[in-house]
Every structure is written in C-alpha cells, then in structure tokens.
Design a protein around this ligand. Structure first.
Ligand code: GDP
Length: 527
C-alpha cells in the first residue's frame, strides 16, 4: 500500500445529526476526550468566550457561540484519524447544516431516549438519504427515564424508514441503569456513574449466564432475560453491507453526560464506517487514492478572528494530498492559486498539520472568489456533483429602508446567495425580493451583513410562501403553458433558475398532480 492509500484508509469523516438538546454538544466533547484532544471534557463551549469581536455579525457569532474552530474537529483515535464535522443545531441551523452532510462519509444519529425521533432528526435523515450515507445510532440519556427501547427501535424503523439493528441493549435506566449488554459478544459493559469527565477502564462482565451477571443485575435479571428474548426474536441482526448501503443502522445505548457508550459508538465508526469514498464529478468518478489533488467547497463561514476579516471556505479533499504552499486550480474561474495558509483543524492546537488527505477538511481564506460547490484540482477541469441547494423552509419579503439603495441591495443579496448565506427569489409578478432560508438565524445574519458590508439597511416582512420548488420540464410547450397558468407563483432564483413558490402544502400537491410533466424539485445542484 502506498503512503497515501494508508493515510486514506485511516480516515473517517462523519457528522452528528440530532434534534436540538438530544446531546450533540455533550457527545462531541466526549468524542474529543476519546481522542485525548482535550484533557477534560466540557471545554468545547467555553473556548469561544474569550474571543474579541468587532462587527455586529461577529458579535452575533460570538454570542451564539458559532466558531470556525468547532466547525471541524480532527483527532486521532486507535491509529485512525477522525474528522468530525459540526452541524449547527439550534437557531443557527442553516443550509450549511444540510450541505455539511454532503461532505461526510457517515453520520452519527443521536436520539434523546426520552423523546425518540424528533422533527430535525427526520429532516437531517432525509438529507443523508440523498447519498445513502451510512448511519450509526446512539440513544442517549439512559441515566434518565427513557421510553421503552423496543418502541424506540420501532419508531426509527417506521418513521425514518431504516432497519435498526441493536448492537447493545440497555439494562434498566434512570437510577437503575446498570450498563448495556453486547448482544453478539455476550458481555455486559458496566455503567459506573460519576466519571463523566474522564476516561476510565470500563468494567466488563463476560457472559449473561455468569454469577457475576446475576449479581450485577439483581432484581432486574429475570425481566431482562425475558426482554432480551423478545429483542432477539424481533430485531434485525447487524449486516455491515446493509449498513454501508444506508439501509440499516446499528443502534447503541448510553449516556453522553455520564461518558458511557460513546466509545462504543466511535469504535463502530472506526470498525464499520467507510473510509473516504470515491466522488462523482460531471466528467468522471474521482478515487481518493489518486495522486492528484481534488476537493470541493461545501460551506463558507465568516471568520471570527478580527485579524482576518475575510471568510473561510471549507473544502473537503476528495483525492491526492494537500501540502502547504501548493498550487491549486480554481476550476470555475480557471485560475491557479498558490495556497500557503490553508487552515487545518487538528483539535490539539499545538500541532499544525502541514498536509492533508482525502476525507480531511481544510479552510481557505476567501476574499469573495470562492462559492459553495466550487471544485479545486491540480489543473484538471472537473466539477464535483452532489452539493445541492435545499428548498428553503422559511421566507421573508425584504423591505429596503432607503429606496435609493436598491442596486446595492440586489448586489449584496446576489453575492450572499452565491456564498450560500441565504437564497433569493425574484417573483415575476412584482418587484418584490423574497429571501429563503432553512434556519431563522440566516435572516439575521443577512441583515447584519448587508448593513456591515454593503451599507444597506433592510427590514423583513411576512410573506405567503410555504415552500419553493425548482422547476424542470423537457416539453418546452408544456413549460410555457405552466409558466402562464402559474404566473402568480413563479419566480427566478439568485442563480437564474425557474422556481415555483408554493403558498401552501396543499397547493403544491395540487400543482404536482395537475402538471405531471413538470418536475418540482426540492433540491438543486450548484452551477
Ligand atoms: P445539543 O443541543 O444536541 O448539542 O445538546 P447538549 O449536548 O447541549 O445537551 C442538551 C442538554 O441535555 C444539556 O443540558 C445536557 O447536559 C443534557 N444531556 C446531554 N446528554 C445527557 C445525558 O446523557 N443524560 C442527561 N441526563 N442529560 C444529558
């Protein structure tokens, strides 16, 4: 194996998908602890506080605790190199969240054991499904009362349409939580409370039949055997191929707060999840072990560091090797750039990596020339596919405070849309400008950046749009018919694409029924 192939084989690049409050931040801390990236878990959130911010936008970023250093975390674990990509969870949820999932090879789904599958879990799973991303599941908060685990697995299968294969099964919960039973390996992994912030050697009891197991489970023993019988009869056995096809998810139980079960999840990612995969470009499929460098940009974020007022473009490396000072071809603008100062995200700040391989993420300083979806290569003309726009779920009409600034407004919105900060729609029937977003914070960000960077002040108004769909139709005549009949709801988006702005869900289904030759797409590829 070449050095490069060995480096690729070591890599695992994944993201955590979860509904807010399920425990993503807590798990992230414990994962970093596993990688010994931080000495004491609990520092992920606090690291942001001592930064200085100068603009409103930066101030907002600071307050909400969004920082580029926690967007991508790289740490070593068991001879592997783990890249964990953060997907913002709360109000800072945005299109970036969705697009980050196009840059990973697997995902960890975290559910709150007391709540089960929640709306954001469903939305994020839908995005994972676009590329059949393998999903590992973790049911969290076993130190509290949780719902019946069998019911939780049923819910995963029914709502998320994926087979659930329990790898471990919980023994009790809340005050009775005694650990988990590893189904295939017939061993009990014992929960010892009070070690949430450190790595300990976890006690293991071999054999459920052993005297030790009986003693550990005590009153729970008989009931647990009965439940286990049910589980073994009703549940799927884990099948790695089905997992890799995105059809089955291995399920683990634990408590992130108690730092229990997180290591099992990380082990499963190392053992079962794919190493960096090949990627489709319009021209051909690119293999990660190819010698020449390629990568694509999936996210652009304003930099928090006041010394660098530019923005950072996050690039996923698809093949070859990044080396400091190398030359890259920015394919869309056909320019060669010398990249001397790409950011790497090794989580221990002492070590600065000077090289990176397929699966790794690097950050490029962007002075406005880089857009979401841009491909970089070592000269080859190549365009990676699969970095889509997602139909927005929230809409606002933009009202300009100073009518004389309409040109600046349009230019600003155009550029912010190209960068992926928002989506912009121009309805055919009026001079309105409508913004679309998937997270409500996107609107705040856009308003504050318009003010800061384009000197335009705007306000937002409610608008009667439920969702947007990109229109495609091969039959030119039918398309013209459609455009005439649907005129009231037709718009052109920031990229010049024909869009249908549906006022209600019912309206959209009616239109889809009425126009079978017209395709109403919920995602659109860049370029
Ligand atoms: P996020 O919104 O998904 O990032 O969730 P957080 O990690 O911030 O967790 C949300 C809340 O749940 C916090 O108060 C955590 O302390 C708590 N939490 C997370 N994991 C556990 C757990 O295993 N047990 C209990 N009891 N609380 C937890």
């Amino acid at each position: 194996m070449t050095i490069q192939a060995a480096e690729v084989a070591k890599r695992r690049t994944f993201a955590i998908i979860s509904h807010p409050d399920a425990g993503k931040t807590t798990i992230t801390e414990k994962l970093l602890l596993m990688g010994q990236a931080i000495a004491v878990a609990g520092t992920v959130k606090s690291r942001k506080s001592d930064r200085h911010a100068t603009s409103d936008w930066m101030e907002m970023e600071k307050q909400r605790g969004i920082s580029i250093t926690t967007s991508v975390m790289q740490f070593p674990y068991r001879e592997h190199m783990i890249n964990l990509l953060d997907t913002p969870g709360h109000e800072d949820f945005s299109e970036d969240t969705y697009r980050t999932l196009t840059a990973v090879d697997s995902a960890l789904m975290v559910l709150d054991g007391g709540k089960g599958v929640e709306p954001r879990t469903i939305a994020l799973m839908d995005v994972c499904r676009l590329r059949d991303t393998p999903i590992v599941s973790f049911i969290n908060k076993l130190d509290r009362d949780i719902r019946d685990p069998i019911e939780l697995l049923d819910e995963i299968e029914a709502v998320l349409k994926i087979k659930a294969a329990p790898i471990t099964w919980p023994i009790g919960c809340y005050k009775d939580f005694k650990g988990v039973y590893h189904l295939a390996e017939d061993k009990i992994i014992v929960y010892v409370p009070g070690h949430g912030h450190e790595r300990i050697e976890v006690p293991v009891i071999q054999g459920l039949d052993s005297a030790e197991a009986r003693e550990h489970l005590g009153d729970l023993y008989e009931g647990f055997l009965e439940q286990l019988e049910l589980v073994q009869g009703a549940c799927h056995e884990f099948d790695q191929d089905a997992f890799l096809r995105g059809e089955m998810t291995p399920v683990f139980f634990g408590t992130a707060l108690g730092n229990f079960g997180v290591d099992q999840v990380l082990d499963s990612i190392v053992d079962w999840a794919p190493q960096p995969l090949s990627r489709a470009a319009h021209e051909r499929v690119v293999e990660p072990i190819e010698e020449k460098f390629t990568g694509f940009v999936f996210k652009i974020q304003a930099n928090m560091d006041p010394k660098h007022r530019d923005r950072i473009a996050f690039m996923r490396i698809c093949s070859g090797k990044y080396e400091k000072g190398m030359k890259m071809r920015h394919v869309r603008i056909k320019k060669d750039l010398k990249i001397a100062d790409a950011l790497t995200f090794f989580s221990s700040e002492r070590e600065m990596l000077e090289e990176a391989y397929a699966g790794d993420i690097i950050g490029l300083h962007n002075h406005g020339t880089i857009q979401i979806g841009d491909t970089f290569s070592e000269g080859e003309t190549l365009g990676f596919t699969g970095i889509p726009h997602f139909a927005p779920e929230l809409f606002r009409r933009v009202r300009l405070k100073d009518p004389l600034k309409s040109k600046q407004l349009r230019q600003g919105l155009q550029e912010l849309a190209e960068e992926g900060a928002t989506q912009v729609f121009f309805p055919e029937r009026s001079n309105d400008i409508i913004l679309g977003a998937v997270g409500v914070l996107q609107f705040d960000v856009v308003a504050s950046r318009l003010k800061e960077e384009y000197k335009v002040e705007c306000a937002y108004e409610a608008v009667n749009v439920w969702s947007a769909r990109w229109i495609e139709c091969e039959d030119k005549k039918k398309l013209e018919d459609f455009k005439t009949k649907a005129f009231e709801n037709i718009a052109i988006d920031g990229g010049g694409h024909l869009t249908y702005l549906a006022p209600t869900r019912v309206n959209l289904s009616l239109m889809e029924e009425r126009w079978p030759d017209v395709k109403f797409r919920a995602t659109r590829e860049h370029h």
